[in-house]
Each structure stands twice: as structure tokens, then as C-alpha cells.
Design a protein. Structure first.
Length: 158
């Protein structure tokens, strides 16, 4: 199992279960979308998807929050673009990319718990659950499943 997470040779051979490879694609697409939206449509994403009440921060505070949100989104976009490179050229690194995605997502959750923000403007579904939360938890579930499947070796090669 450790050899699948940190292979001796980085090549285009995926050694885990094929479903782990296929699950990587939707995880990657969603992460690309989140990163792009957060980086290049930061104000709208911060207010609607994440429910950050920028109108309560004053103009200077709101501008700083949007700038930080955009920078964080750009960092997420770069990580997702690295995932595209891994998918296209270096598939043996998919388990490590899953781990990076999971650490990034779980780290965000921990830091959000340590530094809570005001919220309340997020789009919600029945029961008042923000849409962004559903997407993030769904993404987390897919990433965990894909990570586990990518660490289970199989006999045939992709």
C-alpha cells in the first residue's frame, strides 16, 4: 500500500482499482469549478455559495475579504490543475493527489472551525443546509472513496 501512495517510479500506470481512477475525474472537475469560481468570481461566490455577509464588513473590509477569497480560490485552482497533469500524464500519483485533496479540504474545515466567520446569506436547500456544504461533503465522500480504492492494488494494469 505505501508503494501505491509513494511509487518508486512516477509513470502513467494507475495501479489501484479502476473505479478509483474514474472517481478522480468528477472530483477533479468539481475542484476545478470551485477553484475557478472562487478565484475569478470571488465576490459573488463568497456572498452566495459561502454566505459571507460582505455588506457588514464595510467597503475596505469587504474588498480585503474578496481579495483573500480570490487568492485562496487561485491556490485551489492550481492544485486542481496539478490534478489534471497527474490524470493526463502521471497516473501513478493519483493516490497522492487524492491525499492532497483530502488534506486541503479537511484542513479548510479545521481552520474554519478555529476561525469562524459570519454567515447567513448562502443559498440553502430544504432544512436550511447551504448548497455549498452539500457539494463539499459530497466531494469529500467521493475523494475518500476514490483514495481508498486507489490504494488497493489490482493484478491488471491500466
Amino acid at each position: 500500500m505505501p508503494s501505491l501512495l509513494l511509487p518508486r517510479q512516477i509513470d502513467n500506470t494507475f495501479r489501484g482499482w479502476r473505479l478509483g481512477l474514474w472517481l478522480f475525474v468528477p472530483v477533479l472537475i468539481v475542484r476545478l469549478g470551485i477553484g475557478f469560481q472562487s478565484a475569478f468570481n470571488a465576490r459573488e461566490t463568497a456572498m452566495n455559495a459561502d454566505g459571507i455577509p460582505l455588506n457588514l464588513y464595510g467597503e475596505a473590509g469587504a474588498n480585503e475579504a474578496v481579495a483573500l477569497f480570490a487568492l485562496l480560490g487561485f491556490a485551489g485552482l492550481l492544485i486542481a490543475l496539478l490534478g489534471v497533469l497527474v490524470l493526463v500524464r502521471y497516473r501513478s500519483m493519483i493516490p497522492l493527489m487524492y491525499l492532497l485533496f483530502l488534506l486541503h479540504q479537511l484542513g479548510n474545515k479545521v481552520l474554519n472551525a478555529l476561525h469562524p466567520t459570519l454567515s447567513g446569506g448562502a443559498k440553502t436547500v430544504a432544512g436550511g443546509v447551504p448548497v455549498a456544504s452539500i457539494v463539499v461533503y459530497g466531494l469529500l465522500g467521493l475523494a475518500v472513496l476514490g483514495f481508498v480504492l486507489s490504494l488497493i492494488p489490482r493484478g491488471e494494469r491500466t
